[in-house]
Design a protein around this ligand. Structure first.
Ligand SMILES: Nc1ncnc2c1ncn2[C@@H]1O[C@H](COP(=O)(O)OP(=O)(O)OP(=O)(O)O)[C@@H](O)[C@H]1O
Ligand SMILES: [Mg+2]
Length: 271
């Protein structure tokens, strides 16, 4: 089956999963006063455009058509989240390699370019963390150091800048106990702290695949909404249906049908 047909099939399957919540609640408050303790990251890094491009991270500027697709995704996601004043967005996919990390990084950078928005990108893929590599930053122990009490959250969070824009990043690290960490009270406490200390920010969590362990199932109840990334060629309709069972209690703000490269001029498809 060719790539476009597969993308259309996935989009049809995604229709069932994607069911944004009923409109209610007030819009997300504009950035309030910053929380000085957590919002004064010690470590600042400048991102390099050539490194980003080499890793398909393109939404740091408005120049290319690919960046504009992420801006469209950003607007759609923020519209859904603002309706409920939501802050936490999980980025996941049915199986590995669908483009979660590329999507999460691009979405975060795109949001960071909005003058009245700010974003924290958290790498919560303790199996295959890649945010640091894709952005070209060394997070040392990152989130695992925080979970294990070696580093305070405020020191592990980096301020990543490119041009006039910046975002905060909590890089990831590999743990052989990923599943246990995701279900732990320590993780719950960390997420509560993030919610409190970064309350003016949209927080994007790059997660592992849904169907390759229980990590995502454990963490989903702590998220406000999810973005599902399906990969043409790697995600099947039955994968999406299986995800749907786990996503019954989670609002899926968008499904990205990724890697449908044969669609003319289209880098990403959204549903
Ligand atoms: N739209 C796209 N077109 C072509 N290649 C892509 C696209 N999006 C991502 N890729 C490539 O696919 C590979 C996997 O992407 P990425 O690491 O973002 O996936 P992932 O879902 O986070 O993987 P994992 O399950 O390992 O965390 C990378 O080599 C990335 O450059
Ligand atoms: Mg990834």
């Amino acid at each position: 089956m060719d790539s476009i047909k597969q993308a259309v099939e996935l989009a049809r399957a995604a229709e069932v999963v994607h069911r944004p919540g009923v409109l209610s609640g007030s819009a997300l408050a504009a950035n309030g006063p910053l929380q000085r303790s957590a919002e004064s990251p010690i470590n600042e890094v400048r991102l390099r455009a050539d490194h980003l491009e080499a890793n398909r991270i393109v939404a740091y500027g408005t120049s290319g058509p690919n960046g504009r697709y992420y801006d469209m995704l950003r607007t759609q996601v923020l519209q859904e989240m603002d309706k409920k004043s939501w802050q936490f967005l999980a980025v996941t996919s049915p199986t590995a390699g669908c483009g979660k990390t590329v999507t999460a990084c691009n979405l975060a950078l795109s949001i960071s370019r909005l003058p009245e928005r700010s974003v924290l990108l958290v790498d919560l893929d303790l199996r295959r963390p890649a945010v640091g590599n894709y952005l070209g930053i060394d997070g040392n122990g990152g989130v695992l150091d925080v979970l294990e009490g070696r580093t305070p959250l405020s020191s592990a969070v980096l301020q990543a800048s490119i041009g006039p824009n910046n975002m905060l990043v909590l890089p990831g690290s590999v743990s052989s106990n990923s599943s246990e960490w995701m279900a732990s009270q320590t993780m719950g406490a960390l997420l509560q702290t993030i919610k409190r200390d970064f309350r003016s920010r949209i927080v994007i969590f790059d997660l592992p695949p849904m169907l390759l362990g229980d990590d995502v199932i454990s963490i989903l109840p702590r998220m406000d909404a999810a973005l599902l990334v399906a990969g043409v060629g790697s995600t099947t309709v039955s994968d999406i249906k299986e995800c749907q069972r786990h996503l019954r209690r989670t609002t899926v703000v968008r499904v990205v049908v990724n890697k449908s490269t044969e669609a003319a001029g289209s880098y990403y498809g959204y549903y």
